[in-house]
Design a protein around this ligand. Structure first.
Ligand code: SF4
Length: 180
């Protein structure tokens, strides 16, 4: 099992390689690293600590830390979605960490959470009588302090944006329908 120190070292090495820094607040950084470790223990790979993973590698590939969205987010905003990786000006406190939009495409989120098949000819047709719709529940957590929203099974230990404790998160369940 990977240790927290190994997770930290990996993140530090990766930050160094790309010229990034890790979140400047040691407590907040530790929470994020613990989230990564917990996901790695649970799923066998370090999926993003701020997003819900499906537990299926093929669906979660894009949110393996560092995720596909880190570099464009750091480039545009100065930090990744969780603010684990930050730019120098952010690390030095010259640029504030504020909520940023989720760059992960909705189709990928829906595919992962609902395990919906990729668009196929069959999916594009009207469902037949035997293809009864079933409800899919997508769980989200909403930070009551700053409005940050994330898709996860459990609320984050702390809000990556305003640092509110997990008790400040409210659960929202979205019910959608799928045919299969
Ligand atoms: S948003 Fe940050 S912490 Fe989350 S997977 Fe991407 S790089 Fe890692």
């Amino acid at each position: 099992m990977t240790t927290l120190e190994e997770v930290r070292r990996r993140a530090e090495n990766d930050a160094r390689t790309y010229g990034y820094y890790l979140h400047p607040d040691p407590k907040f950084l530790k929470d994020l690293l613990e989230g990564l470790k917990r996901n790695e223990d649970r799923y066998g790979y370090p999926s993003c600590p701020c997003r819900l993973a499906s537990g299926k590698f093929e669906f979660d590939r894009d949110i393996l830390c560092p995720c596909d969205y880190r570099d464009p987010d750091v480039e545009e905003f100065g930090f990744c979605y969780c603010a684990l990786y930050v730019r120098r000006d952010v690390y030095e406190g010259k640029t504030p960490i504020v909520p940023i939009p989720e760059r992960r495409p909705l189709e990928k989120q829906a595919r992962a959470y609902g395990e919906a098949p990729e668009t196929t000819k069959q999916q594009a047709t009207t469902p037949t009588v035997t293809e009864q719709p079933s409800n899919i529940e997508i769980k989200m957590w909403y930070c009551k302090q700053c409005g940050y929203v994330c898709f996860r099974e459990d609320p984050p230990y702390v809000c990556p944006i305003c640092k509110a404790k997990k008790e400040m998160f409210a659960e929202i369940t979205i019910i959608t329908r799928a045919y299969g």
